[in-house]
Design a protein around this ligand. Structure first.
Ligand SMILES: [Mg+2]
Length: 332
């Protein structure tokens, strides 16, 4: 029987995005036979923590096929547990699961650091300048409810990080009209991409409305909340230039590979993302880094009590994977 653990992780500072503010996050962990799997609970995805744990407790054989209707976090935690065990036995990393045909980047992969919506622009400027010494890619959370302040966030970051590749993530915080105004307006700051400018609840119709209101040549737009699985990717073709792939959204490592394959088959870019979660979850996701264009896997760096270690970053902000089989994250 696997050991099921519900764990509350504490953030060093509250993290503020368009969906709200967090100072703790829960993850569910399963341990079995020396292997480990983990999945985060995200407040705005409405996962039911108690139901997930109850479902996990009802799974008698972790390696057997899962019953239909599994809660997403429970499914992911078990999937990573099984993969960790299989890969450790075979002496290979999780990345060995990726099909050989899927084209990958060779060499070092630059990672991104994200900044929650700041309340103090001066402190924000100092933090961005400091972070930009190591990381070449910076992601700014926008969608605070005041588009003028959103622009100030971008202007501040650009002023202190002239060379950085800047990504914006609005987390659906703009209306279609605001997005139609802001996306061209932010063009002068040389953003590399803008993620989820409009709320996913508007569906494809809202994306179509936004695209119709924008000039043809505009900063690339990526979908995150609007793109949960590989099936969504096909629907978004022509409306976005890329999608954000996260293990939790897909419910499994194979599901994330499928989403990357779908994106590539439609000529779309890929951000590899994560939630605020421990080094177990981000390290599992980081095995897909060579297949992504952007690697946004810093969820563990917000934690005061990350009790595992795995993925790290070099002095230039590039991904360094642990040289271990399986997920490769180990207790600190
Ligand atoms: Mg996002």
């Amino acid at each position: 029987m696997p050991e099921i653990q519900l764990k509350t992780l504490h953030l060093t500072m509250p993290f503020r995005i368009a969906h709200g503010v967090s100072s703790t996050r829960q993850v569910v962990r399963v341990h079995d036979d020396g292997a480990v799997g983990e999945a985060p609970f995200v407040p705005y995805y409405g996962e039911d923590v108690e139901a997930t744990v109850a479902w996990l407790r009802g799974v008698k054989d972790v390696a057997a096929a899962l019953p239909a209707g599994a809660p997403r976090a429970g499914e992911l935690a078990l999937n990573l547990l099984n993969l960790d065990r299989e890969c450790c036995r075979a002496g290979v990393p999780l990345s060995a699961q990726v099909p050989y045909e899927l084209s990958r980047h060779s060499g070092l992969v630059s990672a991104c650091r994200s900044f929650s919506i700041p309340t103090d622009l001066q402190a924000f400027a100092e933090s961005v300048a400091e972070t930009a010494r190591q990381f070449r890619v910076l992601k700014l959370k926008l969608g605070c409810g005041d588009v003028e302040y959103d622009e100030q966030i971008v202007a501040t970051a650009r002023r202190v990080a002239l060379e950085a590749k800047l990504l914006a993530d609005v987390n659906g915080g703009w209306s279609v009209a605001e997005a139609a105004e802001m996306i061209p307006r932010l063009g002068k700051y040389g953003m590399a991409l803008i993620e989820q400018p409009i709320h996913h609840a508007g569906g494809l119709e809202a994306w179509r409305e936004l695209r119709a209101a924008l000039p043809a040549e505009v900063t690339p737009l990526f979908a995150d909340e609007s793109a949960q699985t590989h099936e969504d990717v096909a629907l978004l073709k022509g409306l976005v230039e890329g999608v954000n792939v996260k293990l939790l959204k897909c419910g499994s490592f194979a599901g994330a590979i499928k989403m990357i394959e779908a994106a590539r088959s439609h000529g779309l870019g890929v951000i590899l993302g994560c939630m605020i979660e421990s080094s177990i979850g981000v390290t599992a996701a980081a095995h897909l880094a060579p297949w992504a264009d952007w690697v946004d896997l810093d969820g563990h760096l917000y934690l005061a009590d990350d009790d595992y270690t795995g993925l790290t970053f070099d002095a230039d902000g590039c991904v360094i994977m642990p040289e271990r089989s399986g997920i490769g994250a180990v207790p600190r």
